[in-house]
Design a protein around this ligand. Structure first.
Ligand code: DGL
Length: 275
């Protein structure tokens, strides 16, 4: 019984393609797992939307994945994790794993001077998502947060090493740079794509935390605890759904994933809105 259950895929969603950086880590840590990804590319960005809208969209995305018979849901979006996790956990009867708690725990492990910076979308920063979790785990740590909204379109444009990205990063990271942080959380799943620029601007002495890495480990632990790991010895299958197919989608998505994507399924927004 459990064997059949364990073959069910892991569902992953994001507002767009940023969550593919989490899929990349899931594939690396859980190569045998089947994965169904949904990117809400028609309604991205979530980072500038109200909490109630992000909750509504997140529930629709999750229910779409539940219809694909997933055994767990990974919220591969910091904005949705910071706002919609309680509603998702309440409404769904599969395990739901967000990116904030694993990323915060990794940042705490990394800091030596108890000074952590966090960058993310306006919604994630306004909700103090990381600061609350970090302080609840260690009240001696100081957390400094900055919203970097322009990083999302720069990542989607594939401007991973462009001079405009450097000058915008210098502007956004100026204050954090002077605050003597030794750890910086990339609190948006788009940002790992820009990590080369961010690392150069913030300095090589600052450790960058990609919460996708810690999230993949947390997913493995949760599935193992629930006896839901796929024990098959073959490479998992990965399918991709989006609510719109933007120009350059395949090229940029592969940059985020680090793997080739053979086929992307587009679903109608009206179908999503019925969930
Ligand atoms: N990938 C989303 C996140 O992690 C950011 C993109 C958006 O604003 O929708 O927060």
């Amino acid at each position: 019984m459990n064997h059949v259950n364990n073959l069910r895929p892991i569902g992953v969603f994001d507002s767009g393609i940023g969550g593919l950086t989490v899929v990349r880590q899931l594939i690396s840590k859980l190569p045998n797992e089947n994965i169904v990804y949904f990117g809400d590319t028609a309604r991205v960005p979530y980072g500038s939307k109200s909490n109630s809208t992000v909750i509504e969209y997140s529930l629709q995305n999750a229910k779409f994945l539940i219809d694909k018979n997933v055994k767990a849901i990974v919220v591969a979006c910091n904005t949705a994790s910071s706002v919609a996790l309680p509603a998702l956990k309440e409404k769904l009867d599969v395990p739901v794993i967000g990116v904030i708690v694993p990323g915060a725990a990794d940042a705490i492990k990394s800091t030596k001077n108890n000074r952590i910076g966090v960058i993310g979308t306006r919604a994630t920063i306004n909700n103090q998502a990381y600061a609350d979790v970090i302080k609840s785990l260690n009240k001696n740590i100081e957390v400094f947060e900055t919203a970097c909204p322009l990083f999302v379109p720069l990542a989607e444009e594939g401007w991973t090493n462009h001079k405009a990205t450097y000058s915008i990063a210098e502007e956004y990271l100026k204050d954090l740079h002077e605050l003597n942080i030794d750890t910086l959380v990339l609190g948006c799943t788009h940002y790992p794509i820009l990590s080369e620029v961010i690392q150069k601007v913030i300095g090589v002495d600052v450790a960058l935390i990609d919460s996708g890495i810690a999230t993949a480990v947390a997913v493995r632990e949760e599935l193992s605890k629930l006896d839901l790991l796929n024990s098959s010895s073959t490479q998992g299958e990965h399918s991709f759904y989006v609510s719109d197919v933007p120009t350059k989608f395949k090229e940029v998505a592969e940059l985020f994933m680090g793997y080739e994507i053979n086929h992307v399924n587009k679903i109608d927004l009206e179908i999503l809105q019925k969930y």
